[in-house]
Design a protein around this ligand. Sequence first.
Ligand SMILES: [Cu+2]
Length: 379
Amino acid sequence: MIGEKDIMASHKEHITPCFSGSAPESDTVSNTSLCTPRNERCSRRTLLKGTAAGSALATLGGSMLAACNLTAVGNGVLTSPTGKLHEYWIQADSFQHNLVPTGYDGMTGNHYTAKQTSFWAIGYRAYTPGWQKPLDGNKDLGLNTGIPGPIIRAEVGDTIRIHFRNQDTHYKFAHSMHAHGVFYTLQNDGGWSAAVPELSSAVEVGQSYTYEWLARPDSLGTWLYHDHSKPQGPKGLMELGAELGLFGMIAITDEKTAPVDQEIFLFFHDLYHDDVPSLSQDFDCFNGYAFVGNTPKFTVRVGDRVRWRIAALGKEFHSFHLHGHRWPFQGRFDDALVLGPATTRTFEYVEDNPGTWLYHCHVTDHMMGGMTGLYAVTR
Ligand SMILES: [Cu+2]
């Protein structure tokens, strides 16, 4: 087993941000900006420059390192042999969203009006540095339309830095980003409790916070992140922000992770009329949409190596099923995988079965509620 020291022993000065453009000045308070203007790495050297930064840090009540969220980055403990820094500018935006834009369920033939299936959503979107403008979707980030949030990627040994800003101007709830799978300190947890109300866990509207997470060997695989801020709404619900759309996926690879021809990200989530009264009923969704013709249609070719990364959040247990396919999973072959809240799975196969296939949750209530989609295999 590799210990923390072995993984992180090498102190590197050459960490380079993935976004190399210079960030404009921010109008919001970011804890990192206290010690690192713009994209500069918050090294011990940077920290020790200047007493103004030091006194600002002291007001946060933590140690200098903890307050600037780096714990030990730049301190020779947590930096990695590869030393790559993946830097993201992510904003929580509120927007009108229709779960069933076609107004039609291509499996049952049922019709819906936009009024029945629309609500005020909140989603994470990746932006250019300084949250200047939303990035276009691409293969790395996914669609970046908000639900789910951008795909966050790193290799084992890398550092992930998220500059998060809350622009939920509709609900005006406090929000956060809480990650699974990666290593982080308490200051980077983003999980709220009344007993331990961390700064990271209740970022108010217009405010920002910088999180740092590390991809360690035990971070390999598929994970998720989500809002884990205070109880919100008239009923005081924990994770209401996540129900409204604040969630996304993390993919951590290492040098042994083989490239694939098609990588499919599928997020299982549910919205309830009781929590979101503008919806006419409960909906069970894939990636922000419900019902065949609205949920993602994936297209692959015979011979493609296809990797699925699937995740679930909420209060339901799901059973992912893809027609016409089986795949190796934990020492046997499967064609259905059970997912509980915050469970993730990664599996892959070489495509050999042409046709347009259904994928769906096999819990019948969830199939009826929208967890159905199409997967097309061409020759
Ligand atoms: Cu389900």
